[in-house]
Design a protein around this ligand. Structure first.
Ligand code: SME
Length: 165
């Protein structure tokens, strides 16, 4: 594994993602423990992209259950179709929320959270979890985040399913 994530802080958000994603792959290279790898990916995302909260929820029967994350403590379980996370799972699609107060059924784990993006994690065409990122500012996330975080979800899927060793 690489020991450090090095991102030029003067880059745009999209450029930072371009530098970050190959480094996430190096970060998990040679380690086969999924929790260790995913925990490190969450730390790399939080501290390079300056996210307020970032974490994964994994599908566990009819609910999502909290996995590795960085940020304030969060809800442990979310039902299918509930909140932004459960809705992204139900619809099998990325959801960008500019103002969480305007999303019906949004689950507020932290009152400081103002906007959010949730990206499904697929394995063999099925949703196995979601990547959730929260911001303490309104309207933080856009298509650049959606595209880049889909690549991150592909890495998370490989790590979770044991296809990265
Ligand atoms: N806001 C999410 C719940 C998870 S927390 O943001 C960490 C939702 O509505 O599903």
């Amino acid at each position: 594994m690489s020991e450090d994530i090095i991102i030029n802080t003067s880059l745009s958000k999209a450029e930072k993602y371009v530098e970050l994603i190959p480094q996430l792959k190096s970060l998990v290279d040679g380690e086969d423990n999924a929790v260790a790898n995913i925990a490190n990916i969450m730390a790399a995302l939080k501290y390079t992209m300056n996210f307020f909260w970032v974490g994964v929820y994994w599908v566990d029967d009819k609910e999502l259950v909290l996995g590795p994350f960085q940020g304030p403590v969060a809800c442990t379980r979310i039902a299918y179709g509930k909140g932004v996370c459960g809705t992204a799972w139900q619809k099998s699609e990325t959801i960008i929320v500019d103002d969480v107060d305007a999303f019906p059924g949004h689950i507020a784990c932290s009152s400081a959270s103002k906007s959010e993006i949730v990206v499904p994690i697929f394995y063999q065409q099925k949703v196995i979890g979601v990547l959730d990122v929260d911001s303490d500012q309104l309207s933080t996330f856009d298509n650049d985040d959606a595209e880049a975080l889909q690549h991150v979800c592909d890495i998370l899927s490989s790590v979770h399913s044991g296809n990265i060793k």
